[in-house]
Ligand binder design. Structure first.
Ligand SMILES: C[S@@+](CC[C@H](N)C(=O)[O-])C[C@H]1O[C@@H](n2cnc3c(N)ncnc32)[C@H](O)[C@@H]1O
Length: 223
């Protein structure tokens, strides 16, 4: 009997709904230019070369949700390239909408599973490419039977480190105490001050309203 392919455990669930009119317009007008599915290589995402040919800083956000953080940061740093990775189409469309209304052009969105991208060396095909990686409020998967769906674990950290430039940094934030404890057990990841450039998104606001602490972490590629 042929072997059944092993279905990977995913850190997300499919939840597609209808796009509202303004999101549908943003999607239709912009997705060809700004959204890819992970098949277009990293070096083809940004067509703008720095005038002096030095490498532009690359900041990547995993699970960018509605896009508030990445678009806010991209507006503050117009000379940095930003890549937002998000599986959820409504979130991708909302990010495009924000880019349009805030006239931001230095963000590219990859609509794909971040785990697959890192496992297939998307950000390290030639050499490690990421200067800064963000994972803010990853899905907490609070039930015991679902913990294996959490994105952040030792295996994923090893994949991430391969993609960070020397001195590159991965910033993580979660409001889920049990997830925070498991992250702290991963070698090299340490607790950190709140990242000052992190916006208060709905997830952090909900945590604050429920009196839940928010935990920030960093790990740096020192090799
Ligand atoms: C709890 S939300 C947080 C969104 C955003 N970071 C914020 O703070 O508002 C987590 C997001 O991560 C996305 N996500 C989960 N696993 C992912 C994966 N493997 N690849 C890409 N996106 C993922 C989900 O679709 C969701 O939008």
């Amino acid at each position: 009997m042929p072997e059944r392919p092993v279905r990977p455990i995913r850190s997300f669930v499919n939840r597609e709904g209808r796009l509202s009119k303004h999101l549908e317009n943003a999607w239709n007008d912009m997705h060809k230019e700004y959204v890819s599915n992970g098949l277009k290589p990293l070096n083809a995402l940004f067509d703008v070369q720095a005038a002096d040919n030095t490498k532009q800083r690359l900041v990547v956000e995993i699970g960018s949700g509605q896009g508030n953080q990445v678009v806010h940061a991209a507006k503050l740093e117009p000379d940095t390239n930003f890549v937002a990775i998000e599986v959820y189409k409504t979130g991708v469309a909302h990010t495009l909408y924000l880019m349009n209304t805030q006239q931001v052009t230095n963000v590219r969105i990859i609509q794909a599973d971040a785990y697959e991208l890192f496992a297939n060396n998307y950000f390290s095909a030639q050499e490690p490419a990421i200067d800064e990686l963000w994972t803010f409020f990853p899905d907490p998967w609070p039930k015991k039977k679902h913990k294996k769906r959490r994105l952040i674990n030792e295996n994923f950290k090893a994949l991430v480190l391969q993609s960070l430039v020397v001195g590159g940094i991965w910033r993580i934030a979660t409001d889920w105490e049990d997830y925070a404890n498991s992250i702290l057990k991963i070698p090299d990841i340490t607790a950190s001050e709140r990242f000052s450039n992190r916006l208060v998104t709905n997830f952090e606001q909900k945590a604050k309203d429920a009196n839940r602490m928010v935990y920030d972490f960093v790990v740096q590629n020192n090799l």
